[in-house]
Design a protein around this ligand. Sequence first.
Ligand code: HEC
Length: 450
Amino acid sequence: MKRRALLSRSAAGLLLASGLGVGGSTAAPTDVSFTRDIAPILTKKCVTCHRPEKAKGNYQLHNFESLMKPGASQQASVKPGQPAMSELFRLLVAADADDRMPQKDDPLPKEQIALIESWIQQGAKFDGPNATAHLTSLIPREPHPNPPTSYARPVPVAALAFSPDGAQLAASGYHEVTLWDASNGKLLRRVKNLPQRIQALAWHPAGQWLAVGGGTPGQSGEITLVDATKGEVGKVLGRTIDTVMTLAFDAQGERLAAGGADNAIRVFSMPDGKELRLIQQHADWVLGLAFSPDGQHLASASRDRSARVFGLATGELEASYMGHEAPVSGVTFSPDGKSVYSCGRDKEVHFWAAKDGKKSGEIGGAEGELFRVLLADGQVFSCGADAQVRQHKLDDRSLVRALAGHGDRVYALAAHAPGKRLASGAHNGEVRVWNWEDGKPVAHFIAAPR
Ligand code: HEC
């Protein structure tokens, strides 16, 4: 009882401070922008309970269109020009803590309440490009913090990519991507203004664009195109509500696919970055993606224990493979496009028919979870938690060799087929480059500037 009374009094105070009360002294903010001022507040404080998967009070505000629709109360959520008639505002200043939004949290600071009030007062205008876009993607992108000048200790190498000419190797860093000379492991360039954790890299076949995926776990994700010729961020294709985990270009370089911890797959056209397709058919993180050689299909690997194939013309599910019975992290097509190779926590590479998901066989021998599988030049490469990189022949799946040398879990693989080079990256920050014809090491280095 006492608690309730206290809260009510402070809520009444808020009413005054927010300018609703007669003679409120807080100066009303002028020219409130929805994307700049309001969306960041709602994203941080409200979206968790009011989004499609969890629409409390039958009300969603993850995008502008939904935000304007009434919820269970059937009362206008936002009535332009009339904050006091808008449920969204009334609930921010509700005297009863049980009714007040954000529920089970402190009331919003009075400056934020004043901003929302002024925005409604000024007509509740939308100044974004798309009323159905997730609010996260509307908030202006702040520059990312700089990477450390010198790393106290290396970060895990989660992603690697060769430039199309094979001369450079891109590696994931902390708030940066580092570019290395693939022949000798010398640092060439550091590209900053990128998310905290970089989980995916894909180099466009024409060489100019390096796609970078990453984010801050549980908070935000980003798909960025780095101009590799200039060494700087060129364009941000998309921002999501959780980390981007995987990226893939099609062979023609016309599309980029991205998947992540928001369980979604997005397909963008290149180079304009238009979102062509949003596929939401996985029940858990999407960890791997690959286009079929003809560009008609997209294979995915997910923590939901399935690998899938989607038709890109329709976005529809064409095949589902459940044979791993464990989270699946890596996926790729065979050169003829008829088979899909996938790997995961069951320590095996499975191969199965792309058209119906029927299993053809498996490659065993690993002693830990497998993170990546990659096909190039008639070879199957895989890497995993047992610190090994394995090379099998594609035609009979026989073991060619184990590329030993890493002292830690191997998360990342990249290949440059014309040069017969394979690069692998490990948890301890080490990158190794191999010649897969003879299995000899070409270079190794710690992918952290020091
Ligand atoms: C912890 C979960 C939670 C958070 C966070 C939250 N809400 Fe709610 N919200 C609810 C619940 C539950 C209801 C339904 C209340 C009821 O029926 O009594 C609701 C109802 C509403 C409604 C009324 C919908 C209608 O017409 O019936 C609005 C508007 C609303 N919330 C806005 C917000 C805003 C704005 C924020 C952020 C400042 C927010 N909510 C944060 C749980 C939450």
